[in-house]
Design a protein around this ligand. Structure first.
Ligand SMILES: NC(=O)c1ccc[n+]([C@@H]2O[C@H](COP(=O)([O-])OP(=O)(O)OC[C@H]3O[C@@H](n4cnc5c(N)ncnc54)[C@H](OP(=O)(O)O)[C@@H]3O)[C@@H](O)[C@H]2O)c1
Length: 333
């Protein structure tokens, strides 16, 4: 094992606040405990939950790094006791418990996946958070299968570009909402049959029209609030609504009759507090069913912009502007 440096550059959240509270800091390089690997980080993905954490609106699970950063790509720099799946020097991308905005990052070995062949470290760093989330909420909890249809709210978000491509790659008809015509066309280039501009169109009416009045089988939603009663209206009988965030608020008024009479399921989940064992299972499923599609070029990473580690604040400003289409990545090593 090559000698590790004692310290590393990282970005910390100095205090809850705006992008300016993301400050460069020097921290000790952490050492892997049993079952963990230490990754020398080449690139780290930026996700909306990082913004919530920076704002002080995302309570951290116990025992995780206080540094932001939920996904990285890089090379294994050290392995803890009991790790046999990875060796020093392996190129991996990983879902992390936190701490990705740094030159070195710890994560459980089971949360690593190989960098798909043909992808750069920057591209690989953009995968884990959204691929785990979409797999869990669309295919596991949402049970999208067979010839069923999917509506993705926020089609050009990091989550959205993954959901559209993954569902399309498995042969499903996909519809997606976005806040401009340009973003709608981007959704269609990624495989959505129809991008729906939610500022100028009623997604309930468009979905009904496109499905001959039947509605969609699964909806992946990050808006919540007043979207929920409308989503109930455009779900097909036996349809599933999978909630992953509440950009539009957590409260609404609902007529629950449809849920009963049309056997609808409303579900939701958050990824970060799930167990390592569960995330390891999801990583296995992704490696078997989705990584080959990435390596074949059927599903492509969509990188909107890259920033250096010290410009993490600018990366957050871009994310909060919501002008991006796809992922924002910090290039570190
Ligand atoms: N539950 C989980 O496990 C989990 C895991 C990861 C992420 N998340 C959540 O998923 C969401 C997306 O994350 P991300 O990293 O992909 O963020 P992101 O790239 O910043 O995407 C946020 C998107 O929300 C869209 N949006 C806002 N209001 C909308 C509305 N009324 N209708 C339709 N779209 C709307 C914005 O697009 P427009 O400009 O088109 O409005 C933007 O593309 C975040 O809220 C995040 O916290 C949840």
């Amino acid at each position: 094992m090559s000698a590790l440096p004692e310290t590393m550059n990282a970005i910390e959240i100095a205090e809850p606040g705006g992008p300016e509270v993301l400050r460069p800091v020097v921290r000790p390089v952490p050492l892997p405990r049993d079952g963990e690997v230490l990754i020398r980080v080449a690139a780290a993905g930026v996700n909306r939950p990082d913004v919530l954490q920076r704002q002080g609106r995302y309570p951290l699970p116990p025992g995780v790094s206080d540094l932001p950063g939920l996904e990285v790509a890089g090379t294994i720099a050290a392995v803890g006791a009991g790790v046999s799946a990875w060796r020093v020097g392996d190129a991996v991308c990983a879902l992390t418990p936190g701490g990705g905005y740094a030159q070195y990052c710890l994560t459980p070995a089971g949360q690593c996946l190989p960098v798909p062949s043909g992808l750069s470290m920057t591209e690989a760093a953009s995968l884990p958070e959204t691929f785990f989330t979409v797999w869990i909420n669309v295919f596991d909890r949402g049970r999208l299968a067979g010839d069923e249809t999917l509506l993705v709210q926020g089609g050009t978000s990091g989550i959205g570009v993954t959901a559209i491509q993954m569902a399309r790659a498995f042969g499903h008809r996909v519809f997606a909402t976005a806040g401009s015509d340009e973003k709608c066309r981007a959704c269609e280039r990624l495989g959505a049959e129809r991008g729906i501009n939610y500022r100028t169109e009623d997604f309930v009416a468009v979905v009904k029209e496109l499905t001959d009045g039947k509605g969609v089988d699964v909806i992946l939603d990050m808006v919540g609030g007043d979207y929920v009663p409308r989503e109930i209206k455009c779900l097909a009988t036996d349809g599933r609504l999978s909630l992953i965030a509440f950009l539009g608020g957590t409260k609404t008024t609902l007529d629950m009759g449809d849920i009963l009479y049309r056997r609808l399921t409303v579900t939701g989940s958050t990824l970060r507090p799930r167990s390592v064992a569960y995330k390891t299972e999801v990583a296995r499923a992704l490696r078997e069913k989705v990584w080959p599609l990435i390596e074949a070029g059927t599903i492509r990473p969509v990188i909107n912009a890259t920033f250096g580690l010290d410009a993490a604040g600018d990366a957050h400003r871009l994310m909060e502007s919501s002008t991006h289409i796809g992922k924002i990545v910090l290039e570190i090593g």
